[in-house]
Write a protein that binds this ligand. Structure first.
Ligand code: GLU
Length: 323
């Protein structure tokens, strides 16, 4: 028997949802619902400086207004409670100890400036490849440095290539040492890193379908490797196009007029917005008001655009006014 599809929304409540987040949420919801799956809402509030409970409550309210329902998680709770990453520290600590027991972790004392030094190799997506400098410190050197600075923790990646087939982007492969290098699993301030938390949570929450923006495609090999190393079966991945501003920048929370506060002040219901998003995603021939559930039978991975989608904010807002 084929097991039920389990997907997740994994928003970081660091601001009001904007058009880019809505696009990912809608397509994730449709991919999971059209497969008869269930959805988990996991609040990715690891960073206490950037996220808040008030924002995650608002996010839930916005999802409800859009009709993007979830089955467990967030304030709804469920069998894997808590669904707030800020409350799952002990779970991440246990995973970290497993990696430590495998001899894969080491403290890193490098400062930001050292990591981003001009001579550090930069990857095509702007990330810096870590040189592995602190991997070779002697115990005495570690002790001396610890007295001066609290270290971050890195995991040592093996000489391995990770491959997977993405539902939209097709076959992908990455040689870990060349494309990610030893990566952070806990920051110097004690906050667990996204890569560790997301890998552990997806596995423990039984997620078998991850649908998210293609900006996270380069994180996937690290997550697959972590899951395999911790003894979990990795999920299936589908990375969807990003919405870009005409200058090539990713639409972000800075594009204030394209956020939920604005849409909800202008619209009496979500249908025009959902129709616009579905049209941008290739599911409708033209933008027209539609409910989330009406879109379920229209979802098809084959219909999604091949590349990222450029949107001009003023034109979109005008289109919405016309509905
Ligand atoms: N929390 C991440 C974000 O909001 C998404 C993580 C994921 O989908 O893996 O960008």
């Amino acid at each position: 028997m084929k097991s039920q599809v389990v997907g997740r929304f994994a928003p970081s409540p660091s601001g009001r949802m904007h058009l880019g987040n809505l696009f990912s949420c809608l397509l994730c919801w449709l991919a999971v619902r059209s497969a008869g799956g269930k959805l988990i809402l996991r609040i990715e509030d690891l960073d206490p400086q950037r996220t808040s409970r008030a924002l995650s409550d608002l996010l839930e309210e916005d999802l409800r207004w859009l009709g993007l329902t979830w089955d467990e998680g967030g304030s709804t709770g469920g069998p894997q409670t808590p669904y707030y990453q800020s409350q799952r520290g002990e779970i991440y600590q246990a995973a970290l100890e497993k990696l430590e027991a495998l001899g894969l972790c080491y403290p890193c004392f490098c400062s930001r400036a050292e990591l981003h030094a001009a001579e550090a190799p930069h990857l095509s997506d702007g990330r810096v490849l870590y040189s592995g400098r602190c991997r070779h410190l002697t115990p005495v050197e570690r002790e001396v440095l610890s007295a001066r600075r609290r270290p971050a923790l890195r995991v040592q990646v093996p000489d391995e290539t990770i491959s997977f087939t993405d539902l939209r982007c097709g076959f992908q492969q990455e040689h870990l040492p060349d494309t990610c290098g030893d990566f952070l699993i806990r920051r110097a301030d004690g906050v667990f890193a996204y890569q560790l938390a997301v890998s552990v949570d997806d596995a423990l929450m039984g997620v078998n379908l991850v649908v998210r923006g293609s900006d996270l495609l380069t994180s996937t090999p690290r997550q697959i490797w972590l899951q395999q190393t911790l003894g979990f079966a990795p999920p299936q991945y589908g990375h969807i196009p990003l919405l870009l501003a005409p200058d090539g920048r990713r639409l972000s929370k800075r594009d204030g007029d394209l956020d939920m506060a604005h849409f909800r002040s202008q619209l009496s219901g979500p249908e025009p917005l959902l129709g616009l998003l579905a049209w941008l995603g290739g599911l409708l021939d033209r933008p027209e008001p539609v409910s989330a559930s009406e879109l379920i039978p229209l979802f098809d991975w084959e219909k999604l655009p091949d590349g990222d989608v450029t949107v001009a904010a003023d034109q979109l807002l005008k289109a919405l006014e016309k509905f």
